[in-house]
Design a protein around this ligand. Structure first.
Ligand code: SAH
Length: 213
């Protein structure tokens, strides 16, 4: 599979759809217009790659809906050069969007098969992350901490303390919390280290898997 003008046309349509749904940041929209989502999906889903829907990837996991990716990215308020930790690499789509926004991206995935697949697919589309690892999101990435931003892309039962610890003062974390459906939480750490939490609507994610043995 390759990227073609037809795929670009479908991406432009998707961007228009996301605009209608309330995504306004031109940088986020331009990242959506740039990342070849169809090259991160199984070929059977290629015809649907630019619908605003979540799709199965492998191991019972999903690639997030473009609207959700755009919404979380918007809330994260990504600036060029931000050092960002993503929990739940999945297909690599969200990581590719952050890369296109000029972020230094660190991402971890709990399922080895997906980690390997995302590594291969992101190389194929020339997305260069700072770090991709097979690891446990509950622990974060202490070796590379602190981060300016943290984004969790699986449903967390609670906000892991280790992730709050790994956030820089002035940093932001976006994390869906809850069982069944999730509240999108924005956690801001002020320059004095105070934690401010706000909620931003309901979403549905696959559950964050328990700690690795
Ligand atoms: N960001 C992804 C969305 C993938 S769905 C994308 O753009 O495609 C959520 C992902 O989180 C799944 O791949 C799942 O395996 C992973 N995950 C679940 N629990 C995790 C954990 N404890 N640590 C790291 N990743 C986890």
């Amino acid at each position: 599979m390759t990227d073609t003008p037809r795929h670009q046309g479908l991406r432009n349509k998707l961007v228009a759809e996301l605009k209608n749904k309330g995504i306004t940041d031109p940088k986020v929209l331009s990242a959506i217009a740039s990342v070849p989502r169809h090259l991160l999906l199984e070929s059977a889903f290629e015809p649907h790659a630019y619908q605003d829907k979540a799709f199965p990837i492998a191991a019972g996991q999903t690639i997030s809906q473009p609207y959700t990716v755009a919404f979380q990215t918007d809330l994260l308020a990504v600036k060029k050069g931000d050092k960002i930790l993503e929990i739940g690499t999945g297909s690599g789509y969200q990581a590719a969007i952050l890369y296109h926004l000029g972020a230094k991206v660190y991402t971890i995935e709990r399922i080895k098969e997906l980690y390997l697949k995302a590594k291969k697919n992101l190389e194929k589309i020339n997305v260069r992350l700072k770090y991709m690892g097979y690891g446990d999101g509950y622990k974060g990435l202490p070796l590379y901490a602190p981060f300016d931003k943290i984004i969790v892309t699986a449903a967390a039962p609670y906000v892991p303390e280790s992730l709050i610890d790994q956030l820089n003062p002035g940093g932001r974390m976006v994390i869906p919390v809850g069982q069944g459906s999730q509240e999108m939480k924005l956690i801001e750490k002020t320059s004095s280290g105070e934690i401010i939490e706000t909620t931003h609507g309901m979403f549905k994610f696959v559950p964050m898997l328990k700690n690795k043995a």
